[in-house]
Write a protein that binds this ligand. Structure first.
Ligand SMILES: Nc1nc2c(ncn2[C@@H]2O[C@H](COP(=O)(O)OP(=O)(O)O)[C@@H](O)[C@H]2O)c(=O)[nH]1
Ligand SMILES: Nc1ncnc2c1ncn2[C@@H]1O[C@H](COP(=O)(O)OP(=O)(O)O)[C@@H](O)[C@H]1O
Length: 204
């Protein structure tokens, strides 16, 4: 039977740099993971494309996806729905390829419960003040949305201990190298466990 791919979940507070790190990871031709494009009811930002950055949906369409069980997880984050298409994730993993999700912490928690064999990586800011300054400098949200996201971020940081790894996003390239190293180590670990298990079965 074909060995399954890994489900890699990158999460962390808003503004920590998840999107930036993910784009950097996927800008390298040697990145072998497949990025799962999420569904959202958020309006596209300038330059964002449907089917590339997100699948942009109306609230009615999204609620229908929930009702039809088409989402591996979903969450309402600062007034909008976000969710992961279950078929894409299942088919890709079953085909032996690694899937990479970049999602907020409520969704990551749901996946941890449904799919504990996933690899959970928390992207952490160097400090809360650096997190605030990243949100302000990004300039995509109003002051009230930033205040709301920062308040949420404080609670999100408390969930760090539920993850397999914490990666500090001090420099984007360094954070990417750490993520690559973690995925590689996890593959080696799983291969070793698998080989050992097969060997034990042979002996008995
Ligand atoms: N639960 C969940 N969160 C998602 C999904 N896709 C994106 N997100 C998260 O939703 C949050 C808001 O995303 P977005 O509006 O693009 O803003 P930004 O990432 O803060 O620039 C971020 O924390 C994303 O990681 C998803 O499929 N499920
Ligand atoms: N390592 C880093 N050092 C400095 N700024 C960063 C770093 N990573 C991301 N940023 C900046 O922080 C802001 C938030 O990053 P973003 O990727 O949108 O965060 P998230 O997806 O977690 O909400 C952006 O302006 C981005 O350019």
């Amino acid at each position: 039977m074909k060995e399954k791919g890994l489900l890699i979940v990158l999460s962390g507070p808003s503004g920590v740099g998840k999107g930036t790190v993910r784009k950097e990871l996927f800008s390298h031709p040697n990145t072998t993971y497949e990025y799962s494009i999420s569904m959202t009811t958020r309006k596209p930002r300038e330059g964002e494309l449907d089917g590339f950055d997100y699948f942009f949906k109306t609230r009615e369409e999204f609620e229908q996806l929930i009702a039809q069980d088409k989402l591996l997880e979903w969450a309402e984050f600062v007034g909008n729905y976000y969710g992961t298409p279950v078929d894409y994730v299942r088919d890709t993993i079953n085909d032996g390829r690694d899937v990479f999700l970049e999602i907020e912490v409520q969704g990551a928690r749901q996946i941890r419960e449904k799919f504990p064999e996933g690899l959970f990586i928390f992207l952490a800011p160097p400090s809360l003040s650096e997190l605030q300054s990243r949100l302000v400098h990004r300039g995509t949200e109003s002051d009230s949305v930033i205040a709301n996201r920062l308040e949420t971020a404080r609670k999100e940081l408390e969930m760090m201990n539920l993850y397999d790894y914490v990666v500090e996003n001090d420099h984007v390239e360094r954070a990417c190298e750490r993520i690559h190293a973690i995925v590689l180590a996890e593959h080696l670990r799983r291969d070793r466990v698998e080989a050992r298990y097969k060997k034990m079965l042979e002996v008995e």
